[in-house]
Design a protein around this ligand. Structure first.
Ligand SMILES: [Zn+2]
Length: 403
């Protein structure tokens, strides 16, 4: 097999997660259509041979350009490409995404959403000076650091959950103090004040700031670029690209539960999905971004679109981001519904109600792990002695010699 074909297949496998055979079939099909003349398929594989430029600043992209995620990876996004934007623009936009991510952190955490690496999104919570981590319906107490009691000349080390963690936490302190496991004692600690369970409040103040809007527009235009780079570069989108990259100008965008969107037939999505759509409707190019099924914003990228009919969507299960789909074709979507101010409340009230119901449901189906009993002192001593023996010698602090 020629090396260029191999390269194309490998690039496609990396990009789409397809098997070798699937990728080979697609690349061969696309290769055929290229030879036959006008391009009939959509997708990044058809562009691998042409040098690409950053859609924001026109810098040349290379094979070492960092992956750009259409939907922020920290919020579960996996659709990525090296042929959208340069590292500089990627970093600059990443900072905007951090703000949106923190605005949505608590609701993502309570709904059990996962990030692009498949790890649960965890939100911190402070109550009465104690730290908790929210993850799904569980609120986990975070063990505080060790404290030294001067009067009693004792060091108290709160025990984390899990025997291995306990041995490590205690062992580190003993090592630092130059003590052995013989010096250990176990005492009951203070009972934590648990936060009230059940009802949680959801702050849905997203989408109003210019920064949030820049991220919405970024997702939309990068979805466009993922499927057809030339469409994202069209002159009628110059203003919106400047808005995203430099914050110049503005974007018409609003909470919206009424518009029908791109009209792309969606596969059966989970109860909690995230979705970004972009579509043409006559001379307009619209987008819709949906967080956790219930929070939707629509907006207008341009009203002088000359790029032809096009619509695209990328969506995924917020709790299992590995379950995602993407789709694009050359058709118009639907017009946006007429906006009226009450739509803002409609979105936030519906979302709050649905999230509360979902929270209660999660509470019901989740098994709360039983409270772990502390280890016996003998078991802890044995474990710590073993741990200390395994530590590299030079890491042990030896008393300084007097010479
Ligand atoms: Zn750039």
């Amino acid at each position: 097999m020629p090396t260029t074909l191999k390269k194309l297949v490998r690039a496609r496998m990396e990009k789409t997660g397809e098997s070798y055979q699937q990728a080979l079939r697609h690349v061969r099909a696309e290769d055929g259509s290229r030879r036959e003349g006008p391009k009939t398929t959509l997708g990044p594989a058809t562009r691998t041979l042409t040098p690409t430029r950053c859609i924001y600043c026109a810098a040349a992209l290379t094979t070492t350009t960092r992956w750009a995620h259409v939907w922020p990876k920290s919020m579960g996004g996996r659709l990525q490409s090296r042929e959208i934007c340069c590292d500089n623009c990627n970093n600059a936009i990443g900072q905007l995404e951090d703000q949106l991510r923190s605005n949505l952190l608590h609701v993502n955490a309570t709904m059990g959403a996962h990030n692009g690496d498949g790890m649960p999104i965890v939100a911190p919570l402070e109550i009465d000076g104690q730290s908790f981590h929210i993850s799904g319906p569980l609120v986990n107490l975070q063990v505080s650091g060790a404290s030294y009691d001067r009067g009693a000349q004792r060091l108290a080390v709160p025990l984390p959950a899990g025997f291995t963690n306990q041995v490590g936490a205690v062992g580190k302190h003993l090592m630092r103090q130059g003590r052995t496991a013989a010096d250990l004692a176990i005492e009951p600690g203070q009972e934590p004040h648990l936060p009230p369970s059940g009802r949680r409040t959801y702050d849905l103040k997203i989408g109003a700031s210019s920064i949030d809007k820049r991220v919405f527009a970024k997702m939309a235009i990068e979805l466009l670029a993922f499927f057809d780079h030339s469409l994202a570069l069209r002159p009628e989108l110059a203003e919106i690209r400047r808005f995203i990259r430099d914050g110049v100008g503005t974007l018409q965008s609003k909470p919206d539960r009424r518009s029908r969107g791109s009209g792309i037939p969606l596969p059966l999505l989970s109860e909690m999905f995230n979705l970004i759509e972009v579509w043409s409707f006559k001379r307009a190019l619209y987008f819709r971004v949906t967080f956790l099924k219930w929070i939707s914003f629509t907006g207008t990228l341009t009203t002088s679109w000359e790029g032809g009919k096009f619509r695209a969507a990328y969506g995924f299960d917020a709790r299992k981001p590995a379950q995602w789909f993407k789709k694009a074709d050359r058709r118009d979507g639907f017009n946006l519904s007429v906006w009226f101010p009450e739509m803002r409340d409609e979105v936030s009230q519906t979302a709050a109600k649905e999230f509360e119901a979902e929270s209660a449901r999660l509470m019901e189906i989740t098994e709360i792990p039983p409270r772990e009993l502390p280890p016996t002192i003998e078991k802890l001593r044995d474990g710590v002695t073993e741990w200390l023996a395994k530590q590299p010698r030079r890491a042990k602090r030896t008393p300084r010699s007097s010479s």
